[in-house]
Design a protein around this ligand. Structure first.
Ligand code: ZN
Length: 154
């Protein structure tokens, strides 16, 4: 396993910020595309990290529970309700999903994490961990009234 250096920041960065590391390297915090998940407090130099690398998140985002933690990936349990038309009631369905774990995010078994769909990274891995429940931030919608024509101009 290759060693990936991780740096801890004094405060939580914002997407779009550029951070200069003690080694002189510059790391830009990417916009992942999910405004209610804040970037982690640590900075890694991993290429396959959605915040500090080049990994793009598209598709679905799921709230899942961590079952097992491996050095590079986690095993998570996804549970959802499925309606049974014949018996007119719901049933629980569950599925284990493997997701890549960037070195800048710390998780332990039992945590609730958010995983986003990516391109296939391995035979069974096509999800990446974006953050834990502590990384969720409230997002206020920007309301634009139709009378205010100046604000509608892009
Ligand atoms: Zn990272």
């Amino acid at each position: 396993m290759s060693y990936v250096p991780v740096y801890e920041l004094p405060s939580r960065p914002r997407p779009g910020e550029e951070i200069v590391l003690p080694t002189g390297q510059k790391v830009k915090i990417r916009h992942v595309g999910i405004p209610w998940i804040a970037p982690p407090k640590k900075v890694c130099l991993d290429d396959e990290c959605p915040w500090h690398g080049h990994l793009k998140v598209r598709g679905i985002v799921l709230e899942v529970k961590v079952v097992k933690v491996h050095p590079k990936f986690v095993v998570t349990l996804h549970e959802w309700l499925k309606y049974d038309h014949k018996y007119k009631r719901y049933e629980w369905r569950r599925k284990k999903i493997h997701a890549r774990l960037p070195p800048c995010i710390d998780v332990k078994p039992g945590d609730i994490v958010y995983i986003g769909e990516t391109r296939p990274l391995a035979k069974t891995i096509s999800f990446v961990v974006l953050g834990t429940k502590n990384d969720v931030v409230p997002v206020k919608p920007i309301v634009k009234r139709l009378g205010e024509t100046e604000d509608l101009r892009i």
